[in-house]
Design a protein. Sequence first.
Lengths: 155, 321
Amino acid sequence: MQQLRDQLQVFKTNLEEFARKYRKDIRKNPMFRARFQKMCSNIGVDPLASNKGFWAEFLGVGDFYYELGVQIIEICLSTRGRNGGLVDLDELKRQLVKMRGGNNSGISGSNSSQEISDDDIIRSIKTLKPLGNGFEILQIGDRKMVRRKVTSLKI
Amino acid sequence: MIKCEMCEADLRSFDVNNLDFENDAETSKNFKPTVKSDFVRLAFRDGGSNAFYEKLKSAMAAKEWEKVHETSNIKVTSDFDPGLGGLVGIIRNAEQSQKEQKETLNQAFKDLDGLMANTSEMVKLAESIRNKLSKELDSGTSTDETSAFRTYLIELGIPNPVTKDSAGSTYHKELARQLAEFLDNFLEKEKGMMSLTDIYCLFNRARGVALISPEDLYKACSQFEHLNLPMRLRKFSSGLMVVESVHHSDEQIAQRILHHIKTKGPLTAIELASLDKMSVVLVNEQLQMVEEKGLICKDESVEGVRFYDNLIINFRWERNN
């Protein structure tokens, strides 16, 4: 147990070092983010699982994806009247960019020069699973759609 | 020390043995004019004269004082050189910055790989400890060690399946308390029930920074009962999850819906939702629940689904004799 504690300390320092250099890049560069996520899942670590995690604290990955999640929910909600709860991934991305680019005073004052990749969106949606709201990604032909589960009662 | 020990030279104004070798200008400045010499004498009391001589030789060979002028000349002329300016210059700049970006990215990837190697070690260690402690963890007893260990797992991001144990980590307990306070205002307005998705959005927006993850939210809400907070996490059969206030019972909801139907006639889910200003998803769940209680009836037609007051259950046969 003590060994774990010591190793954790070493790990923390390493992570701090890494974060110092690359925190901004994580926010700005979607390729970097994607690779980071892939490596984490290879090891079996989920950096988005909790806000208290090291990853969120030092690298700010958490905030990025949670905020994206909130925005995705909002967009799906607002377009539901138009498309019945089924949103094309490209359309969603377009709306997101509009929301983030034109709005400089977003949740965390995010700057407008951020790129969102498809991978970011898919990961955000996966992270939203515990809320039980039925967001899922369907593949229809060659287009990916985001579906919000509507309950079984027919309206 | 007024005279140098080695050569008996006069040392009136300053201590040569403590000279800062790199700084010739400094030396000549400090040299008081009373001594009247054009040279600086350096005494190497502890050796190192060879190294100094080498450095001095290379510095003299490099002729930095002449070079400065050369480069500044080039800069001036490049502005007038049409070959470097204009489109070619712009393209070259773009290529240059792209190359730099790629290099930093490669460097970043290398660092990332190093970090990941570190992480995987940690994970293996944590897993092995978890296996050893698994009996304790599952039984729900929380010693200091186990709750500290749970915190570590969360910090690393290792998925820790929410077992039936009621002892969550302290972080989630704190979060649960915050949530309860926050939701107190809203639950009344929303008729005592809010979907987890809505709560997630509202809470994070209110927070601004340091957002919480959906998983955090879920775990915190599961702690409500354990902490005796006046709300509960509830999962409907369709998978929808809500937080509802304890004060609010199903009975109240049923009565409210029944009242609407009795006064306004048969309603669809959408109409009911707009009456109550609630989300349709929630209303659907409530309607289903009330229907199961037997207080309303459902009519499915091509027009949609409409809910009626359940007259059948209260019907009394009147014999017409």
